[in-house]
Write a protein that binds this ligand. Structure first.
Ligand code: BGC
Length: 692
């Protein structure tokens, strides 16, 4: 087994050129004709006969392709150093799970862990070593297409989902056959892109970064994530890839990160477009010296690093540090001993799209769908004639953006999933299911929208269906919250299915027919109108809150819109009802003793079901402004009809940290008010005191 000492020995005999090559990544499309270009502008596909440290793949290559490229690259490296194969395995490799924003609605990190495990089994069997996941950006702006890649607006939920994703991909360890390394992205604050326009600038304070945007990254790293990608966007007018405060001070000095940093696509090269570097030389220097180890696709490192080291502009020590980090990841993945985790197409086929993987994706889809409205049309009772209307009833495009090697042709449509159910025209139906929403590629990267809503044609069709006088059930496919204010009065029921993945249609059928009750809860607030954006449950306190008094002008409100959202964070209905009572709040929390909030949850409806019990906290008096309420604990609970369970949610010191702009954390002593319920609108159930 290759040891750290072996790596140091290799490093000590590597030539300058060989070292620089280790810090360069190029596209698989340069090696394999069928490989899809990954993303981004200006694809640099030249593979020629260069030696590189890593290859990015956008899909299309298989285990044998990777094995061939691995042999070629090792052959070009004087030390036979294996290459790292990376790809965006975001919510599944071949078996596709719901998009991350949907998966987070399960409020069940185990789902993210399963997604990671299944994906890693499939992806490693297909020749990959590293995924560009989890995306740990906290998101509050539905105009931004990349909301779909995130776990939503709550730093807590994002942190839990990110950590679970890392655990899942890692499995039994990076060195195991199906162990895959994660690259958490995009550090940090990318979700704040101005006005929701992708790649637009960001202006955010350090205090806000520490409190809101950093925690999910920290959680991913603490869970064992070994790579990190800086965001395209700036902090304090310096793009993350050349931001020494982010990459050196916070990441390395404060957090002790020892893994490697890889730029986003062409990010070093883009420093020229920002007017920050006049050529590749400056771009490479600024990025490497700020702490960015590997260059994804810009070519700046390949072009300029050798010269920069030769003339002493970049110290060899910094180059060696970056190369060592890259070699260490390769060692941890076991690549020096086994450069291909699998090189056989047969094994790849056996590992992909296995029945157990599809079952896991189905379970995730069942838990991700969120029922927002139900006047009684759902569940659809046996024997009812159902109409399936809307383009999304017949589409296989249910996988969502970043669908990796997912195959649309093997993804059932909603109509196919409804085989066996009497289906007829809307005019003859007892209930109309209107499957509608965004196109899957109208979400994700470079998919910003100024008005995230149904199109005019979709609304016209909804009005026509509504006018038939039958109950209309809207099944909504989307990668972000859409503005549904005009949709609600035109339908009896509304189920948000997100992009539910390979097994999504089957899951939706089960939910609509009542074989299972919906149990997802919103991971992002749904605004009433675009003007309310950004809107989220954990906004800071306002001294003049809107209490709805019509005569009081000088409060924080709109003259032409309500203050409250259409649906709050955490909201989700079920076919049954749950009651929470006998709530007890332990009066004191200390450094070592968590506060406990316990309650009895009872299923008082007529069906079995699951809900998510959510606990929010608010600091009553503190030295720095605090969120009005923030999610601090939650628990998914399954209850049969009439069943009751006693639950205890614990809050410990680390759940209540408040950070200053230097990265010092404290918990304010004194009263903390707590709210318990099934959404962020939960009622006040008491308070506890934190004593340090
Ligand atoms: C995206 C990243 C992604 C990378 C590689 C970029 O354009 O911002 O999230 O990992 O491409 O595909």
């Amino acid at each position: 087994m290759t040891t750290h000492e072996d790596i140091l020995a290799i490093l000590s005999t590597m030539s300058l050129e060989e070292k620089v090559a280790q810090l360069c990544q190029i596209d698989m499309a340069g090696f394999v004709a069928e490989a899809a270009a990954s993303t981004g502008t200006d694809t640099q596909t030249r593979a020629d006969d260069r030696c590189v440290g890593s290859v990015i793949s956008g899909g299309g290559a298989d285990a044998e392709d990777f094995a061939r490229v691995q042999r070629a690259l090792q052959g070009r490296s004087p030390h036979g150093i294996p290459a790292l194969f990376m790809s965006d395995v975001i919510h599944g490799f071949r078996t596709i799970f719901p998009i991350p924003l949907g998966l987070a609605c399960a409020f069940d990190p185990q789902q993210a862990e399963k997604m990671g495990r299944v994906s890693a089994e499939e992806a490693t069997a297909s020749g990959l070593h590293v995924t560009f996941a989890p995306m740990a950006d906290v998101v509050r702006d539905p105009r931004w297409g990349r909301c779909m890649e995130s776990a939503g607006e709550s730093p807590r939920l994002c942190a839990d989902m990110a950590a679970a994703t890392v655990r899942g991909f890692t499995g039994k360890g990076l060195g195991s056959d199906s162990g895959m390394a994660c690259c958490v992205k995009h550090f940090a604050g990318y979700g704040l892109a101005e006005a929701g326009r992708d790649y637009a600038p960001v202006d955010v304070s350090r205090t806000e970064l520490y409190n809101t945007y950093f925690p999910p990254f920290r959680a991913a790293l603490d869970a064992g994530c070994r790579l990190l990608m800086p965001a395209f966007t700036p902090v304090e007018r310096l793009p993350a890839v050349m931001n020494p405060w982010l990459l050196n001070t916070v990441l390395r000095k404060q957090w002790g990160f020892t893994g490697m940093v890889i730029s986003d696509w062409d990010a070093p090269g883009e420093l020229r477009a920002h007017g920050l570097a006049k050529d590749a030389r400056e771009a490479a220097k600024l990025s490497l010296m700020a702490g960015n180890d590997m260059d994804m696709m810009s070519g700046a490192y390949a072009e300029a690093l050798t010269g920069l080291v030769q003339d002493g502009t970049v110290p060899i020590a910094r180059l060696d540090e970056a190369v060592l980090r890259v070699l260490e990841i390769k060692r941890e993945l076991g690549l020096f001993d086994k450069p291909c985790k699998n090189d056989s197409r047969e094994k790849q086929q056996a590992a992909c799209y296995a029945p157990a993987h599809r079952a896991a994706a189905r379970e995730a889809a069942l838990k991700s769908c969120v029922l927002l409205q139900n006047g009684g049309a759902l569940p659809i009772r046996a024997g009812r004639r159902v109409a399936l209307a809307g383009d999304h009833a017949d589409t296989r495009a249910l996988l969502g953006a970043w669908r990796c090697s997912g195959r649309m042709e093997e993804t059932p449509t909603l109509r196919e999933a409804f085989v066996g159910v009497p289906v007829c025209a809307p005019e003859d139906a007892d209930v109309i299911v209107y499957a509608v929403g965004e196109e899957q590629d109208d979400t994700g990267e470079a998919a910003s929208k100024a008005d995230p809503a149904l199109t005019k044609a979709q609304m016209d069709e909804l009005r026509r269906l509504h006018a038939l006088g039958k109950p209309v059930v809207v099944v909504l496919f989307c990668g972000r919250p859409l503005i549904l204010t005009e949709v609600l009065p035109l339908c009896d029921a509304l189920l948000v299915a997100w992009f539910p993945g390979s097994e999504g249609a089957k899951a939706i059928r089960r939910l609509l027919l009542g074989e299972q009750s919906p149990s997802g809860h919103l991971s992002m607030t749904f605004p009433r109108s675009v003007g309310q954006i950004p809107i989220h449950h954990d906004a800071l306190t306002v001294a003049r809150p809107d209490r709805g008094a019509p005569n009081n002008r000088y409060v924080s409100r709109y003259l032409d819109e309500q203050t409250a959202p259409l649906f709050p964070f955490g909201f989700g209905l079920s076919y049954t009802r749950f009651l929470m009572d006998d709530v007890k709040v332990s009066p004191v929390m200390t450094q070592s003793a968590p506060a406990e909030v316990s309650c009895t949850v009872r299923n008082v409806g007529e069906r079995d079901g699951e809900t998510v019990v959510q606990l929010y906290a608010q600091c009553v008096h503190s030295g720095r402004m605090h969120p009005l309420r923030q999610l601090v604990a939650y628990q998914r609970v399954r209850l049969a009809v009439g069943e009751e369970k006693r639950l205890t949610l614990r809050v410990c010191r680390d759940d209540l940290l408040s950070w200053d702009g230097e990265g010092n954390a404290e918990v304010f002593t004194g009263q903390w008010r707590v709210y318990l319920g099934e959404s962020s609108d939960a009622p006040d159930v008491g308070s506890f005191e934190y004593r340090s």
